[in-house]
Design a protein around this ligand. Sequence first.
Ligand SMILES: [Zn+2]
Length: 105
Amino acid sequence: MLRLSCPICGTRDYTEFHYGGDARKRRPEHAAADLKAWHDYVFLFDNVKGVHREFWQHLLGCRQWLVVERDTASNVVVSTVLARSAVGTTASVSPGAGASREGNT
Ligand SMILES: [Zn+2]
């Protein structure tokens, strides 16, 4: 069973969370008219085996967005941080398509 450790609420079952996508992808600039870049961002996904950075929202808790590093083969969670504190720490963290990462509290 997958359990995620929310920095605010503590360890909870994954059913309290909503998967928000790949945290490694970089969202195209809003004004970008490059449809291929938007297509690739929205519809193409890597099927990673190993440690993967993912967005998860603690939907039934504090509603904060998290960046979770999880081994997709073993389901072992390597680290969990608030997404707002992870932004800028790596070049790959950015909000996903169609979901607001902030302001849902
Ligand atoms: Zn929480």
